[in-house]
Design a protein around this ligand. Structure first.
Ligand code: C2E
Ligand code: MG
Ligand code: MG
Length: 748
């Protein structure tokens, strides 16, 4: 409908409107009403006003009247009714200024700056002061004699128009505020919700509608535990606000569901006489905005909306991208559980007492890498998902779960749930991973709430210390954190830090202990042994620091360096004419595990142009037992180049002779313990058994730790071929080794 010319006092105007309405509208077709409040202590005025305005239609809406008969009543009514657009307000009621007090209350107490107020008074000439008009934002002032239909109508139309303008401006400001704050708070969890609500509000306001509608899209990363194929309500305004973060199909309105599906499917806007569905897309992000427009949008409106959509689509993409970043930062991509960072945040709240629980567990899957290596990463992932699923099903009701490492799950809860019995029981049945059903064990570190934990990170550390303790022990499947553990760990970490620094500064040394042939009495070889000097001139034993180097992985680099030093030493002995010597180098498990280990060894030996068979690698039995097949394969490869292999500390823990036969060995080293006890019956029997075994397998035998001639005597009788021990020579640094060997050589 065309709005009216306000200067025109002609009653015709209303009749024109009337005709128009009667032709085109049925009662129900009206989108709504303007709520008008009449406040007057004179009942007559109410009916006259109502009658005069009963047929009036303003901006396609009719009027709905509300009635109050005193200032007090009006104030109460206003406090409880938000939608009043215009008040026709009598000034003089229970008091001379009752009406003005209502106006004051509306503006100053209720802070309702949108509603328009038209003051009316019975006495002509009794006009309120100009200051009142300004202060209470009074639209108009009429005497009751001016109650002609056209005068009233004009006043109402003008008031409604300005009400609507003020409302639009406010709404638009709120919409923009939401969009802007959502952009500013882009890193916050609710930014997408706020953004979506802002968009619905803003579009509604551009169209002059109440904010009613939804913004929907595939949830993607925006909603936890979302189903990737479903469309979700990401934001809403008005009556749909309850559906936020829920699947679209839950919305109690089939039309909205269908229209949004249609819009997303055809990737385009839909304009109908009932509603408007706008398609929003940028990059990977697609969304549909449903607005109950109640009319077919005009071309002008469509253009306006188009401009608006193009300016916010980038914003939508940004909000989505940031949300993705947020999720990536705090969620585990595989299981969708909180990740380590988020777990530490949760632990921060746990320390503060904001998270229910008194116990933390870190559950580590034993030998997970075997599954990954043996069955492939996809199966490994399925296994992790399967574990996450079982933990969630069994524990999530009472606990918070997280995946804090590749094969480590974190749990926060109370001790009646978070305990070894309950958790280990969950690992009794195998886990399904694709076509496989894989039995796995878990090792658990626990920590109980204690005041010494300052924050989430320190709780995490404590639990980790307990987990490591359990993992490093053969028998224990779990450990509870005790402060003493921390002292050991602190010491270990300090040592590792120092070792790393000293190694980087080339402070480590390689010493050599010569090995003698019991047949020819000549030095034929030597073992390279690490030495770590301290400030005070003493040395930290390799028995102490090699395990730390292994634990930290430092042994890989250190081991490479030892081999290189051994090669250099051989070339220097060659230069001195001692070109018959071999060198034995100890090798640890982490070196076998490091990729390209065999190639690296071969490369280093080639670099110094040394015959492969002059280098012997010593491995202990425990190394073989840790991952037999891998070690056998690597040793077989090394052996194929001619490199010699010795088994060190033999007899101290080898449990399977079958592996011994599969290993490409050259030499067995009889452990010092048997040499020491060789005078005793039992020691001698063991030494004899080992030497016999070596001979049966066609291996050379060497005895370690010979300190006295009597020991040598017995070993010789048992048929042992070679020896190493303090009796011949202690481990010595290179500058002592060279004169020692030269002297021995010249003697012979
Ligand atoms: P191991 O390979 O069994 O080395 C022999 C150990 O016996 C050496 O101890 C040596 O000093 C000691 N020993 C030799 N003869 C006698 C003797 O007559 N009496 C006594 N009581 N001891 C004797 P060390 O040098 O303290 O090395 C300890 C262990 O540290 C080595 O045992 C080896 O397992 C490890 N290690 C040393 N250097 C390296 C290295 O470069 N890499 C790796 N992975 N481990 C190393
Ligand atoms: Mg050794
Ligand atoms: Mg040994």
């Amino acid at each position: 409908m065309n709005s009216t010319n306000l200067e025109d006092d002609d009653d015709e105007l209303l009749f024109v409107d009337e005709d128009y309405q009667d032709d085109s509208y049925e009662e129900d077709e009206f989108i709504g009403y303007w709520d008008i409040l009449i406040v007057d202590d004179d009942h007559e005025i109410h009916s006259v006003t109502k009658l005069a305005l009963s047929d009036l239609t303003v901006f396609e809406r009719r009027l709905k009247f509300h009635h109050c008969y005193s200032g007090k009543e009006a104030r109460e009514f206003m406090a409880n009714n938000a939608d009043i657009s215009v008040i026709l307000l009598d000034v003089v009621m229970e008091s001379d200024e009752a009406g003005l007090q209502v106006a004051k209350a509306i503006r100053e107490e209720l802070h309702r700056d949108e509603v328009r107020i038209i003051l009316r008074t019975g006495q002509p000439g009794y006009a309120p002061e100009e200051s009142v008009i300004k202060e209470y934002d009074i639209n108009d002032y009429k005497t009751k004699t001016e109650l002609t239909r056209s005068k009233l109508a004009t006043a109402i139309i003008a008031a409604i128009r300005s009400y609507q303008q003020i409302k639009t401006i406010n709404q638009s400001r709120r919409g923009l505020e939401k969009i802007i704050t959502s952009a500013a708070n882009i890193l916050e969890h609710h930014s997408i919700m706020e953004f979506a609500e802002g968009v619905v509000t803003q579009i509604s306001s551009l169209l002059g509608l109440n904010p009613e509608g939804v913004l929907c899209a595939k949830a993607g990363v925006n909603i936890d535990d979302s189903d990737p194929d479903s469309v979700y309500v990401l934001g809403a305004a008005g009556q749909y606000a309850n559906y936020i973060n829920r699947k679209l199909e839950n919305v109690d309105n089939a039309r909205i569901i269908n229209q949004i599906a249609e819009c997303l499917k055809h990737e385009g806007h839909i304009f109908t006489e009932i509603d408007t569905v706008l398609y929003l897309s940028s990059g990977e992000s697609h969304a549909a905005v449903y607005i109950e427009s109640g009319k077919l949008l005009s071309d002008v409106d469509r253009q306006l909306i188009e401009v608006f959509l193009s300016s916010i689509s980038i914003g939508y993409e940004n909000v989505n991208l940031f949300q993705q970043l947020r999720v990536a930062a705090y969620r585990d991509w595989l299981t969708k559980l909180p990740n380590r960072t988020e777990f530490i945040n949760i632990l921060d709240n746990y320390v503060k007492g904001d998270v229910e629980g008194d116990t933390i567990a870190l559950v580590d899957i034993d030998h997970f890498s075997d599954v990954n290596d043996g069955l492939g990463q996809d199966t490994g992932n399925l296994l992790l998902l399967s574990v996450a699923k079982r933990l969630t099903a069994e524990l999530s009701e009472h606990c918070i779960l997280a995946r804090t490492g590749a094969d480590v799950f974190g749990i926060v809860g109370n001790a009646d749930t978070v305990n070894e019995t309950r958790i280990l029981a969950l690992f009794e049945k195998p886990f399904k991973a694709g076509d496989h059903s894989i039995p796995i064990n878990a090792t658990i570190g626990f920590s109980q709430k204690r005041p010494s934990a300052r924050n989430g990170l320190s709780v995490m550390k404590q639990t980790f210390i307990a987990l490591n303790k359990a993992k490093n022990s053969v028998a224990a499947k779990f450990e509870y954190y005790q402060p003493e553990m921390e002292e050991q760990t602190t010491w270990r970490l300090g040592m590792i830090r120092q070792l790393r620094a000293d190694f980087a500064e080339r402070k480590l040394q390689v010493w050599f202990q010569p090995q003698i042939s019991l047949v020819t009495d000549k030095f034929i070889a030597m073992e390279a042994l690490l030495r770590w000097p301290t400030e005070d001139g003493s040395y930290i034993s390799p028995a102490v620091f090699v395990p730390l180097a292994e634990y930290s992985g430092l042994i890989v680099d250190i081991g490479d360096w030892v081999l290189e030093q051994a090669c250099i030493q051989l070339t220097r002995l060659d230069d001195l004419g001692l070109n018959h010597m071999r060198v034995a180098v100890n090798v640890s498990m982490p070196q076998f595990r490091s990729p390209g280990f065999a190639d690296g060894v071969v490369k280093t030996i080639n670099k110094y142009k040394i015959d492969m068979n002059r280098i012997e690698l010593e491995i202990t039995e425990s190394v073989v037992m840790d991952e037999p097949q891998m070690v056998i394969d690597t040793l077989t490869e090394l052996k194929s180049y001619g490199i010699a292999i010795a088994i060190d500390d033999f007899g101290t823990g080898f449990s399977s002779l079958s592996y011994l036969q599969q290993l490409p060995l050259d030499r067995i080293k009889v452990d010092r313990a048997f040499v020491k006890d060789i005078y005793k019956q039992s020691g001698a029997i063991l030494a004899e058994t080992i030497i016999n075994l070596g001979q049966k397998l066609n291996l050379h035998t060497i005895a370690e730790g010979i300190e006295e001639p009597a020991q040598e005597e017995i070993l010789k009788k048992l048929g042992c071929e070679e020896a190493q021990g303090f009796m011949y020579c202690k481990p010595i640094p290179p500058h002592e080794l060279e004169p020692f060997l030269l002297e021995q050589h010249n003697k012979g």
